[in-house]
Design a protein around this ligand. Structure first.
Ligand SMILES: Nc1ncnc2c1ncn2[C@@H]1O[C@H](COP(=O)(O)OP(=O)(O)O)[C@@H](O)[C@H]1O
Ligand SMILES: [Mg+2]
Length: 248
């Protein structure tokens, strides 16, 4: 049986209106499919369109043209309310700056997305505790985010992302605010979640070293996909692929 892709993008274009009139096109005919269980890095230099692409994948923004299906559902023309529901149900977000509520303890932070699901309190508690122990923070329930290291904060954010049992974890530069030791820890953790629990991960990064933790790289340059395949032995393969766009 053919499995339903988690993400299917067909010729996605995105333009932003310019204040002086006209528009700036940022994404050009982006097409790719991501299947359940994959660990994919979307890589490219600053300004290449990674965050724009991630916002579309995450149903935070919509494409100007093209078709985007999330888990078989065409969400191209959905309204903001419907998109919010889809986000909550299908996607766990991990951001560079953790986005935790600073005045709530970490148990509350992990429970929060479950509230929108209408789950009873005891189930929310049980689920949040399970997720905190998955990221080895079961002894820190009552701590505030400010009392934790950056690496621990990101683990809380991962527990929160996983709590709603999403189809997809979407991480934008998840190690960008961490030193390399803590960053490696988080990347190894992603690897483990993917390998052992089969969780699908899409990670945005501008660094090859970080992308290397994934099993597949989609390289974006000037809003176009220039490489899509296994992680190459070294970065030069990706840099060379940029020539396709430069020559245009
Ligand atoms: N909301 C927006 N309005 C206008 N231009 C934008 C907006 N978001 C991004 N851009 C432009 O799109 C291009 C790609 O940006 P972005 O997707 O943030 O790249 P990256 O994440 O790879 O650094 C940049 O030229 C940026 O200025
Ligand atoms: Mg960005």
């Amino acid at each position: 049986m053919k499995q339903t892709p988690i993400i299917s993008m067909k010729k996605i274009c995105k333009s932003f209106p310019l204040e002086i009139g006209g528009e700036q096109q940022v994404l050009f005919d982006i097409s790719f499919t991501i299947n359940p269980g994959e660990f994919v890095a979307i890589m490219g230099p600053s300004g290449s369109g990674k965050s724009t692409c991630m916002n579309i994948i995450g149903a935070l923004d919509s494409a100007t043209s093209g078709i985007y299906e999330l888990y078989g559902k065409d969400i191209t023309t959905m309204l903001p309310d419907e998109l919010a529901k889809i986000r909550n149900e299908y996607i766990g977000f991990v951001f560079q700056n953790f986005n935790l509520l600073p005045k709530r303890n970490i148990l509350d932070n992990v429970m929060l997305p479950l509230m929108y699901r209408g789950l009873p309190m005891n189930e929310r508690l049980e689920r949040a505790r399970e997720m905190l122990s998955l990221v080895n923070l079961e002894n820190f329930e009552t701590y505030l985010p400010t009392q934790l290291s950056g690496g621990m904060k990101q683990r809380v954010a991962i527990a929160r992302a996983l709590a709603g049992d999403p189809k997809l974890i979407l991480a934008d530069e998840p190690t960008g605010a961490l030193d390399s030791k803590m960053g490696n820890e988080i990347l190894k953790f992603f690897k483990k979640l993917n390998k052992e629990l089969g969780i699908t991960i899409v990670m945005i990064t501008h660094e090859f070293e970080i992308a290397s933790y994934a099993n597949r790289v989609i390289h974006i340059y000037d809003g176009r996909v220039t490489y899509d395949g296994p992680v190459p032995k070294n970065e030069s393969v990706l840099l060379k692929s940029e020539q396709k766009v430069r020559k245009k």
